[in-house]
Write a protein that binds this ligand. Structure first.
Ligand code: GLN
Length: 311
């Protein structure tokens, strides 16, 4: 596979790059608007650590919604399935990632799933730690472990920029508080701070691919042999990636690519081929549903060529 990938990936990247013209760099977080429209990079890493990188794979970007998968895993390790599913549901919404619609429809105020913003904010409130700084530190430590020991950090300019303009996330969070999804003990502004920080953890494509590799191998880092997350929790996270990982384009992506993936508004996509590869992609120009246009096209081409669809 790696030989074929080395031979074909440069051509696929070149074809996909043109798709950046059909997208727009996210601007609702002002710092993100600085990203260049035509960057495209991809790293694919295999179980022995072998990897192929094509394009601007050193380009640094913030994880944004991709981080929600890993905070979910940490919340499961902190509280178990019951604790997490007391706060969030298991269903896709079919609405935008920051939607306020349907928050009243399940149980009062309980978000449909942990990958929409409302659900991810509820999950962030579950992360253990006495102060927001300790919570962020625990999250960062876990992300570092998952990336095989990379020196990851929060891009505080991005976190600040998001906080300064997060009227919608703030209203979602206060709504959750009003409905007691965020309990009495929870300080809304503190939860939001931790949420903005974990969304602003900065990575490059090889680091993201390495994190994806751990998910591809059921929570075990195949390179070190260490179990980082119980298999069951990874199984749940991957189910969410398939049903909700690409926001309201998850159905189309399941049909066209058919692998678990999670995108973020900075243009990152984490994807994986179960039992095999971890994939990290960046392409900042986003389509109408918030996914990297070039990145999605690239993954669809690769999945078709290698027959990766789980279905
Ligand atoms: N931090 C971003 C937000 O809350 C994450 C959203 C995303 O990547 N879709 O708006």
């Amino acid at each position: 596979m790696f030989d074929q990938l080395r031979a074909q990936l440069p051509g696929w990247v070149q074809d996909s790059r043109a798709l950046a013209n059909q997208g727009k760099v996210a601007a609702y977080i002002p710092e993100l608007a600085k990203a260049p429209q035509h960057v495209l990079g991809i790293t694919v890493t295999g179980r022995g650590g072998e990897s192929v990188s094509v394009g601007e794979t050193d380009f640094k970007f913030t994880m944004q919604s991709i981080s929600k998968v890993f905070t979910l895993l940490l919340a499961f390790m902190d509280h178990g399935e019951e604790g997490v599913f007391a706060k969030v549901g298991m269903e896709p919404t079919g609405d935008d990632f920051n939607s306020m619609l349907k928050l009243e429809l399940v149980e009062p105020g309980k978000p449909f799933n942990p990958l929409i913003n409302a659900g991810a904010i509820a999950v962030t409130s579950l992360i253990k730690g006495d102060t927001p700084a300790i919570k962020t530190e625990r999250i960062l430590r876990f992300f570092k472990e998952a990336s095989g020991g990379a020196n990851l950090a929060v891009n505080s300019a991005v976190a600040k920029s998001e906080s300064a303009t997060a009227h919608r996330n703030r209203s979602l969070a206060y709504f959750l508080k009003d409905n007691e999804v965020l309990g009495e003990e929870v300080d809304v502004e503190e939860v939001l701070q931790v949420y903005f920080d974990h969304c602003a953890v900065e990575v490059d494509c090889p680091q993201l691919a390495r994190m994806a590799l751990v998910l591809a191998h059921g929570g075990v880092d195949p390179i070190t042999g260490r179990e980082l997350v119980p298999r069951r929790y990874v199984q749940i996270a991957k189910s969410f990636m398939v049903t909700c990982g690409m926001y309201n384009a998850s159905g189309e992506f399941a049909i066209k690519a058919g692998i678990p993936a999670k995108s973020g508004v900075s243009g990152g996509i984490l994807a994986l081929v179960p039992g095999q590869y971890g994939i990290g992609i960046v392409g900042p120009a986003l389509g109408a549903k918030g996914n990297s246009t070039a990145g999605v096209h690239l993954l669809e081409q690769m999945s078709t060529a290698f027959d990766w669809s789980l279905f």
